[in-house]
Design a protein around this ligand. Structure first.
Ligand code: HEM
Length: 186
């Protein structure tokens, strides 16, 4: 993983997603109401993915392990402080997906499924409190947007790093020579 300024990336993702202290407080308030339903979200998520043939090669034989890491992340989505550590962690999660060559659109698609399922659950548990429902949905949108942005950022730089490695392997050029050339043509 390259030398990334996680603090700057964290701030940048917060600007786009609108994730602020208020939204984080909402997520923490919502957590006790939703925590008992998160396994259900994970199960629905993998059920939906399995209906998409292109995902099969990535899921075969590992669904139970993936469910475990996924539900742990979902819990974090409601409890994290969304600081530098969370940013670093999500950046690495993006990296793991690049390493298994997961298509980049899977990330955005996955987030849509997760949000849709959680919004459905908020609709059920806050049926009598529209204001709370709306606040919960907006905070969820911010947290998912933040997480997606970080993972995609990692995708972008990891993919570029992989392409560069391939280029160096094919051409036989040393990294030192490449760096010198890159500096000269800056
Ligand atoms: C919102 C989207 C997603 C999140 C938050 C997420 C989260 C995670 C996490 C936390 C891990 C463990 C990372 C680690 O070992 O450090 C992981 C691994 C993995 N995920 Fe995802 N995931 C997402 C989408 C997907 C999708 C759509 C697929 C496939 C269709 C997928 C397939 C995998 C695979 C195959 C691994 C295991 C990689 C390995 O250990 O070799 N993920 N994911």
């Amino acid at each position: 993983m390259q030398d990334i300024d996680m603090q700057a990336l964290c701030g940048y993702a917060k600007q786009f997603s609108g994730l602020d202290e208020q939204q984080m407080a909402v997520l923490q308030q919502v957590y006790p109401d939703v925590s008992g339903r998160l396994q259900e979200v994970t199960n629905t998520f993998y059920g939906s993915l399995q209906e998409i043939p292109k995902t099969h090669t990535f899921l075969e034989g590992r669904i139970e392990d993936l469910k475990r890491t996924h539900v742990a992340w979902l819990n974090e989505l409601f409890t994290s402080d969304f600081g530098e550590d969370y940013t670093r962690k999500l950046y690495k999660v993006g990296d793991v997906h690049v390493k298994v060559k997961l298509p980049v659109e899977f990330m955005a698609g996955a987030m849509v499924i997760i949000q849709s399922e959680l919004i459905r659950i908020f609709g059920e548990i806050y049926a009598d409190n529209q204001e709370k429902m709306l606040k919960a949905i907006r905070a969820l949108n911010a947290a998912c947007g933040f997480s997606l942005l970080i993972m995609q950022e990692s995708y972008q730089s990891s993919s570029m790093a992989e392409e560069l490695e391939k280029f160096l392997r094919i051409t036989g050029m040393s990294r030192v020579l490449f760096n010198n050339l890159a500096r000269a043509y800056r």
